[in-house]
Structure formats: C-alpha cells, structure tokens
Design a binder for this molecule. Structure first.
Ligand code: PMP
Length: 368
C-alpha cells in the first residue's frame, strides 16, 4: 500500500512506508488461519458473559485499571493485583512495551520466525530490531547467540509457545536471558494455556524483576473478538504501563466479558484438553502426509493451538484449499525463514478431518 503524496509529506518520516497489518482473511467455510479457538465459548460461560454484558453500565466510564478483572487474574495466577495491567488485546501490551521502553536509539532483540507484530510495532516506535534467527530446520533458537544479543540490547521479546513454530522457550534459557539483558525481557505467552503445565515464565517472576509476561483472552478463552490481554510483571513496570496507556482502552463490555470467562475458567479445561488431543491427531496426520515427500517437507511439534508444516507447492496448496475446499489456513511461505510453510490452526474434530482429507488430495495432486 502506498500513501498518497499528500500523506507522505504530512505523516512522520519514519511512518511513511509502514504497511497495515494484513491478517490475510477471506470468508471461508472453515477458518483455520488466525489461531482462534474454533470451539467457541462453553455454554455456561457464554450465558454468564451475556448476563454480565446485559448488566454493564454503559453511560459511565469503565474502571480505568479493570480492578475486578485484575483481582480475579491475580488470584488465579498467584500474583498481586499491582503486578498486572490489562489492555485492549495482548497487542496493547506489546505496543506499550515498545512505546515505553523502546524508541529511537534503543534496540529490541527478537527471535524470528516469530509474531510479525513485534517488528511492526518496533517500526512504529522507531525501535531498532536485532533479529537472531532460529535454526531453519529445527526452528529452535540459538541460545548462546540470543544471550549474547540481549547483553547489548535494551529490550527483548520472545514467544512461548512460539507463533508460528510452536516450540516453548525453556525456562532456564529465559533465566539466562533475564540475567544477561540490562533492560526488560518480555515473554509472550498468548498460547501458554495449550502447553503442558510447568512451562510458564510466571514462575520466574519472583526471581527476575526485569521479566514481563504477556497473556491474552483471545486464544484458550475463545474471546478474540472481545479484545482483552494483560501483562504480569514487577509493580514498578506496571506503574509505567499505567502511566503510558490510553486511560479507557479496555471498555466495560470487554472487562465484563473477560471477567465472566475467567470466573468460568474450569469450563474451558475440557475444551483445552480436546484441542490438545486434536493437535496431536492433526500433527500425526500431517506428518504422515509429508513422510513420503523429499526434504525439506516436514512438520514441527507444537505446544500451541496450531501446527506449522513445510510442504511442496505450499502457496498453491493454500490457494487451492481456500478456493476449492473453502478452508483458510495461513500462508507463511513468503516470510523469512519459513519457505514453503503453512500454519494450520487446530480446529474441531470435523474441521481437522476436512483439512487432513483436503491436504491429502492436494499434496497428492501437486507432487504427482
Ligand atoms: N502474541 C502472539 C504470539 C499472537 O499470536 C497474538 C495473536 N495472534 C497476540 C500476541 C495478540 O493477541 P490479542 O491482541 O488478540 O490478544
């Protein structure tokens, strides 16, 4: 997208070539492209949310810091309210991290392939980015290179489980990174509820006061449309978040919907367990499809609600899935480090059956 010549003179110089984030959405029967929870809300949670929304007071400003929600999160996570800041989606927590702690003359370390928003927001805030690429085959980070990079950087963001590669960042590596970095280290745990217990960096907060953990209601809690996320960190970091945020960014409707879902968190456990079972089935299914193909076709184990697969003719397969089967998956084949890769969200059993059958037919046709 090219800005008009008028806008190119009016907009700040560093924003002239900024591209809007493109979710590459097109309407389809089965959408497995955005790592949403395709099971939807459990009935009891949905009812509680509807009741809470019906009672929401709309003519008054919302609680600026979302204190009832903070209190419920604090008791769930075993931290203090003062360690939490709620935002309009996890996106806000990432943006404000860069807005407050990045900026001109500062450097952010990332570990791509990762969530493209980090680089996007770094650009908006004039933060330089130092990328330490993952191994192109295993997709795992180079631990020593990361530690060396953060030692001379101002801040860092790593994703665990990583979108789109699915791996967890080991806790001992997170500790090394926190020790090495003179600034703040964010661990983006948007998908952590889908991982095995014990993987969250929240456990490290008492030992590392430069650690920031990001979470969201968009994935496991099936509320991507609600726009609610939060950061957990030392209280003085939260003071900075409170100071820079847009005061009423989290509407009373968002607060009510997130709180009601959280109060019903037990109802999400069977859904999450089901998604994990289906993740294993989808991974096995796709692994079997690529098993007979020449390298570099492969798939990777995932701790998130998605599977990354490297396929021959990936872009064509993604287009044919969309146009001939009305199934949408995410094409990353153009992205650095992700040659030939598609990312497929774990769907319902029926959705996964359909995507496996369609992939089997398309891979067969495209490699004949
Ligand atoms: N982090 C990661 C790794 C993500 O994949 C996403 C959503 N795609 C987010 C953060 C932001 O999610 P939200 O703004 O919906 O909370």
């Amino acid at each position: 997208m090219q800005l008009s010549s008028r806008m190119r003179t009016l907009v700040q110089a560093h924003l002239v070539d900024t591209e809007p984030y493109d979710p590459m959405f097109s309407p389809t029967r089965i959408n497995l492209s955005a790592n949403e929870n395709t099971y939807g809300l459990p009935d009891a949670a949905r009812t509680a949310i509807d009741e809470a929304l019906a009672e929401a007071v709309l003519n008054r400003y919302p609680d600026a810091m979302a204190n009832p929600l903070r209190d419920e999160l604090a008791s769930w996570l075993g931290v203090d309210r003062e360690q939490i800041c709620v935002g309009n989606g996890g996106d806000e927590g990432i943006f404000n991290f860069l807005f407050a702690f990045g900026g001109a003359g500062r450097t952010l370390v990332t570990c791509p392939p990762d969530f493209s928003e980090y680089a996007q927001f770094a650009g908006l805030t004039q933060t330089a980015v130092k990328q330490v690429f993952r191994d192109p085959d295993t997709m795992l980070p180079d631990a020593d290179a990361l530690v060396a990079a953060v030692a001379t950087a101002d801040l860092a963001i790593f994703t665990s489980p990583n979108n789109p590669t699915g791996d967890l960042m080991p806790l001992d590596l997170i500790e090394r990174l926190c020790d090495a970095c003179p600034g703040l280290v964010m661990i983006d745990e948007a998908y952590m509820e889908f991982a095995e217990p014990g993987a969250s960096a929240l456990a490290l907060l008492p030992r590392h006061d430069n650690l920031v953990v990001l979470r969201t209601f968009s994935k496991a809690f099936a509320e991507a449309g609600v726009r609610c996320g939060y950061v957990v960190a030392a209280p003085d970091i939260i003071d900075v978040y409170a100071a820079v945020r847009q005061i009423y960014s989290v509407s009373c409707l968002t607060q009510a919907a997130a709180l009601a879902a959280l109060e019903h968190r037990a109802d999400f456990e069977p859904v999450i367990a089901r998604i994990k079972q289906e993740r294993a089935r989808l991974h096995e299914g796709i692994s079997a499809l690529v098993a007979g193909l020449p390298a570099p076709a492969r798939t990777w184990p995932s701790s998130g609600n998605f599977i990354l697969a490297r396929l021959p003719q990936a872009s064509r397969i993604r287009t044919r899935l969309r146009d001939e089967y009305s199934i949408l998956v995410r094409d990353f084949s153009y992205a650095p480090g992700l040659d030939g890769c598609l990312r497929i969200t774990v769907g319902t059993p029926e959705e996964n059956d359909e995507v496996l059958a369609a992939l089997a037919a398309l891979i067969e046709e495209e490699t004949r």
